[in-house]
Design a protein around this ligand. Sequence first.
Ligand SMILES: [Zn+2]
Ligand SMILES: [Zn+2]
Length: 329
Amino acid sequence: MLCARTVFRCFRAVEHFADRLTGAAGPYFVGLAVVLITAGALCFFTVILPSLPFSLLTVPICFLIAANLYLHYLWVCTMPPGFADEPENPPDRTVAGWLWGKRRGRMQNTTISPAYVGNCAKCGSDKPERTHHCRICKRCILKYDHHCPPSGINQCVGLYNERHFVLFMIYFVLSTACFSGFGYQHFFLALGIYPYDWSYFLPPWVFVLVYLLSSILCLAVAIMLSFHLWGIALAETSVESHDFPAYRAKAKSRGTTFVNCYDLGKRQNLQLFFNVGPLGHSYLTLVLPLRISPYTNGRAWAKRHGLSRHQGIDASDEFTDDEEHSIIP
Ligand SMILES: [Zn+2]
Ligand SMILES: [Zn+2]
């Protein structure tokens, strides 16, 4: 268990280092990402897809994956993450249009408690719990996860775009895995290993380059994704998963046990994050490129029965933004 936690923290550190490194590329990274994704799509749809069997089945599935990939990337880049100083949005905000999935019903069996609200010393905004001040955006972000340079110009991942962030990673891993899995014969053909001619309009070196990039990025993003999904299953944001080991140690030193008050069990944590299941939207919203609102507007949170705050620590033990942001940008 100790070893798993150490590995977890090492990957977190690598992820944060990568965030800083890519931050140097700034907005150019978005353009580069769009070019790379488009190059990948072009290679896949012109070279690999025509050779796949059962075209009536595989073609629509591949187009659906591509639509999810592009749209979730667009939304994570363009949707505001949720600023604490803006007017409250109702949690059941319904926006007309086909992009928004319809909600099944209201949450009846889950207790949603109003959030404790503090005040930000840096920007003066109200600061409901789980809100953090982003020193890059210079604003308070509801359910702040991290500031993600690859996702756009100073764009935070927070309450309203975190679902798109994770779904983008899921579809990125899925599409690059399909590219690598179904394209290896074309890769060998492009390298000249097979005794056949390269008969596609794309130059073989482009395919080789995109194939190699796709395989490497598939692995890298899959590792990032697995840690994000594990954090979601534990009902922890990136900031919280960084803080909680210290809270656990503090609680242990007092002879008690730390309990995350947002942790309702892995299954329900995942359902709440994606806002699907018996209490939320249809599971179909995970496979169709739809925008849906989170279950909360960031001013109230579903909490473990009987807990209004984390068990095992006092409110004064919780880290401030200064301490957190010394490590997480
Ligand atoms: Zn602030
Ligand atoms: Zn930010």
